[in-house]
Ligand binder design. Structure first.
Ligand code: ADP
Length: 428
């Protein structure tokens, strides 16, 4: 445990923010003593002590001034910054707000004019994409909209587990600690934490998600007018760039917010100039964004998986279940690593189809993998079906042909069709 330090007060002037990294070993308590302040777009209530878990990195911003009282361990790190890009971010919000109002006022049978803004946030790793997405969503929810949050960042996953593309309506400003409520998101399983593992499959799960949302929007004028905010991954070079363009097209995005990269912004402006309805806007990266080395990202993927099964504060009780091999059908997508064309005889096509659904024989290889439970009724439907949830394999008994797995709840799985990728976790 870090040493105890007495609570202290921090006075923030208008348009300043208090940037905090909660220590590795001790949580933080804080409360708003006076004024108004928000955490990534969500207002904090006055007087009430709020608890923040170890390692959380965030900022408390005030538009008009505030006093904060903090009570944390000696490993807490914090400082006040008076230079932030918040004004430019809130200006973007105001423009989106005007577009939502316009969409709402327009006749709902006009598909184009009744569509609210479709914003996609792009930029390198650690440029603050998730944070900006959060702010835009929370500010919109505060005004009573229910915008749809789409997360294409398979490396982290803020709606569900890493390795998935997912979407969910945001009905209330996002809780700074709990994050996005895990209730019934629309999830497609990709199964890997980097798109390069299977680029074709990544494109497919992006497209499936976009098409399903399009259908939902066509029957729901309210969410159509509220629009969406799409968070992307930080891979912006080469194939990563192609995938960004693919996502912009798949979701028909009409506002592209580029964080902290001049070059990416000018490339996108250039390639999208044939589409006059698409605005490409460059925004400054906040100096408060903390870079997270690959090790840290890997660790936080593990925390995310743990949170899915056990809850953020160990408040969920997952169930250990046993099934016979025959009760489950396990599939993977893609026929294993593809041979490069250069390694094949002239004229030969690579044999492995990256989007082929392949039956997997249950073996020890499944141990410690996280599998998705698909809504597909048969293997042909797997790629186009969303997933109900996930299980974690804790034992494979070849002799007795039994498999032990952890599931969020007891009882039968919603389906016996399971999908496997390379998403693994070592429970600690
Ligand atoms: P990206 O999505 O581009 O990878 P994030 O938005 O996840 O980046 O930001 C990286 C980290 O920096 C996150 O832990 C986030 O909470 C933190 N962060 C972002 N903005 C600030 C800020 N203004 N002050 C303190 N921490 C911040």
């Amino acid at each position: 445990m870090a040493a105890i330090t007495p609570p202290r007060q921090v006075k923030l002037d208008r348009e300043c923010e208090l940037r905090i990294e909660v220590g590795e070993n001790s949580p933080l308590r804080l409360r708003l003593l006076n004024g108004n302040a928000e955490i990534f777009g969500t207002e904090i209530p006055p007087e009430i002590w709020l608890n923040f878990p170890p390692r959380l990195k965030f900022a408390i911003f005030t538009w008009h001034g505030a006093t904060i009282e903090m009570d944390g361990g000696s490993d807490l790190s914090d400082y006040v910054a008076d230079e932030t890009p918040m004004i430019s971010y809130v200006n973007v919000h105001a423009i989106l707000e005007a577009r939502r109002n316009r969409a709402k006022a327009s006749a709902s049978n006009n598909a184009e004019s009744s569509q609210g803004p479709r914003v996609i946030v792009v930029g390198p790793t650690d440029s603050g994409k998730s944070t900006l997405s959060r702010m835009l969503l929370s500010w919109a929810a505060k005004q009573g909209w229910k915008p749809t949050f789409v997360d294409l960042d398979i490396g982290q996953g803020s709606i569900t587990l890493p390795g998935c593309t997912a979407a969910t309506p945001i009905e209330m400003p996002i809780d700074p600690v709990e994050g996005i409520p895990l209730e019934m998101p629309l999830v497609y399983f990709y199964g890997h934490t980097t798109p390069s593992a299977n680029v074709d499959l990544y494109k497919l799960v992006v497209k499936e998600l976009a098409q399903t949302l399009e259908k939902q929007f066509s029957g729901n004028a309210e969410s159509r007018a509220a629009g969406m905010v799409i968070n992307t991954m930080g891979w912006i070079e080469g194939v990563g760039y192609e995938l960004l363009l693919h996502a912009i097209h798949a979701f028909n995005a009409d506002v592209v917010l580029v964080l902290g990269q001049e070059k990416l912004c000018s490339m996108l402006k250039d390639v999208l100039k044939s589409k006059p309805k698409v605005d490409v806007v460059k925004l400054q990266k906040s100096g408060g964004v903390v870079s997270r080395p690959p090790k840290y990202r890997q660790k936080s993927r593990g925390y995310r998986i743990r949170e899915y099964f056990y809850g953020l504060a160990n408040d969920l009780s997952p169930h250990s279940n046993i099934a016979n091999f025959n009760d489950l059908s396990v599939y993977r997508i893609g026929g294993g690593p593809q041979a490069p064309r250069s390694a094949l005889p002239i004229g030969a096509e690579p044999a492995a189809d990256p989007t082929r659904v392949v039956t997997v024989n249950i073996s020890q290889d499944l141990l410690h993998l996280v599998l998705a439970v698909s809504y597909a009724k048969d293997p042909e439907e797997i790629i186009s079906s969303n997933v109900a949830g996930f299980i974690y394999i804790t034992d494979v008994d070849i002799q007795r042909r039994k498999i032990t797995y952890l599931a969020p709840s007891a009882g039968e799985l919603p389906s016996r069709v399971l999908i496997l990728g390379t998403l693994a976790w070592l429970e600690t």
